[in-house]
Design a protein around this ligand. Structure first.
Ligand code: HEM
Length: 189
């Protein structure tokens, strides 16, 4: 009889302990979800009508308390969800806070050589770019257009950046051309 009572008490105690552990586990999970949602809310940015290059540079992945932005093909994306790719010391950190259209098109992780910068993107590179942008559209929040994209930046990205010839400092007097008599500044050649 006593043995049965002991077993019964044991079973009741085990049942209570198991239930308490279950409740504690549920509480921990709820707290985790609450923290995760608060973090997600903090890392969410509203869509804007326009983002400047300076704006996105503020979200360069160095501060773990801020979202991470990139701009590609005229759109700005919040890639914080992929912080393991773009955060500090991550493999694609060099993209964070940057306009990366040409880097995606040419699959580069460092800036182009000067003689490459001036070249237009090839059909293949444009296709690569489209594939990457589709990935970004699918995976991340599109926050709106990049300022200046339609006013020069797009052309720069697709056709290449016109690199100005270095202008040498010259103190020499402008020389008069023997052929046409107009003044030509020698330093411009
Ligand atoms: C040895 C060369 C490379 C290897 C082995 C490699 C490998 C990978 C892997 C495993 C992923 C993760 C895929 C996933 O889980 O979704 C990834 C993502 C990615 N890679 Fe590379 N990669 C290489 C080079 C490059 C280069 C040169 C670029 C330059 C454009 C690049 C751009 C990216 C981007 C943008 C992502 C997507 C990150 C995201 O989802 O936000 N990768 N790569």
């Amino acid at each position: 009889m006593v043995l049965i009572a002991i077993v019964l008490v044991g079973v009741v105690i085990w049942g209570i302990a198991t239930k308490l552990e279950q409740l504690r586990e549920e509480k921990r999970f709820k707290e985790y979800l609450k923290e995760l949602n608060a973090l997600k809310a903090k890392m969410t940015l509203e869509k804007r009508d326009s983002w400047s290059l300076e704006d996105i540079a503020l979200y360069d992945g160095k501060d773990t308390e801020r979202p991470i932005l990139i701009a590609a093909n005229g759109r700005v994306f919040n890639v914080w969800r992929g912080r393991e790719f773009y955060g500090e010391n991550a493999p694609y950190h060099c993209f964070a806070g940057q306009e990366i259209t040409r880097m995606l098109a040419k699959e580069l992780l460092e800036s182009e050589a000067d003689d490459e910068k001036v070249k237009p993107l090839s059909a293949f590179e444009k296709m690569m770019l489209n594939d990457w942008v589709e990935t970004y559209q699918f995976k991340y929040d599109d926050l709106g257009p990049l300022e200046g994209w339609e006013d020069g930046l797009r052309q720069q990205a697709f056709d290449g950046i016109a690199v100005a010839e270095p202008v040498e400092e010259s103190t020499a007097e402008p020389k008069v051309s023997e052929t046409d008599g107009f003044n030509e500044v020698s330093s411009m050649h």
